[in-house]
Design a protein around this ligand. Structure first.
Ligand SMILES: [Fe+2]
Ligand SMILES: [Fe+2]
Length: 141
């Protein structure tokens, strides 16, 4: 069975793909930009809910660390969600000149994802039993 790290890292890649698709649609299919960004935004927001409500609490409960790496990730999620909303607000106003907000978002997201993929997700796979991983998977949907 592939673990949590594999599943969540693939979701990062899928979301990166949606983000790039949105960026190219601004040029090639402006009529579909709003839908395209909405798909990316809602996918990323769902991914964050999985982390904050299902995965991070496992780390926090087992290590007793509330103020450690997951606190940093939660703070970055706040910044990520703010940028998603700011970009979406502009798009709703049909202003597609959102490059500066996009590069801020991309900057935070790239290092954020690397930290999760290298530290948090593998920790969960190594710490949980196979049975616990199965139960955790059932909650990710
Ligand atoms: Fe995250
Ligand atoms: Fe993530």
């Amino acid at each position: 069975m592939n673990g949590i790290a594999d599943f969540m890292s693939k979701d990062h890649d899928r979301l990166d793909g949606l983000f790039k698709e949105f960026q190219s649609k601004k040029i090639t299919e402006p009529e579909n930009v709003k839908k395209s960004f909405f798909d990316f935004k809602s996918g990323l927001e769902r991914h964050i809910v999985w982390e904050e409500e299902i995965l991070f609490p496992i780390f926090e409960e087992r290590t007793g660390m509330q103020g450690g790496p997951t606190a940093v990730m939660r703070m970055e999620h706040i910044q990520i969600k703010k940028l998603l909303s700011s970009i979406y607000d502009q798009i709703l106003k049909r202003n597609f000149e959102t490059e500066s907000l996009e590069s801020q978002l991309f900057g935070i997201l790239s290092s954020h994802n690397v930290k999760e993929e290298n530290v948090l997700y593998p920790w969960i796979d190594q710490t949980l039993s196979l049975e616990e991983i199965k139960v955790t998977f059932q909650k990710l949907n």
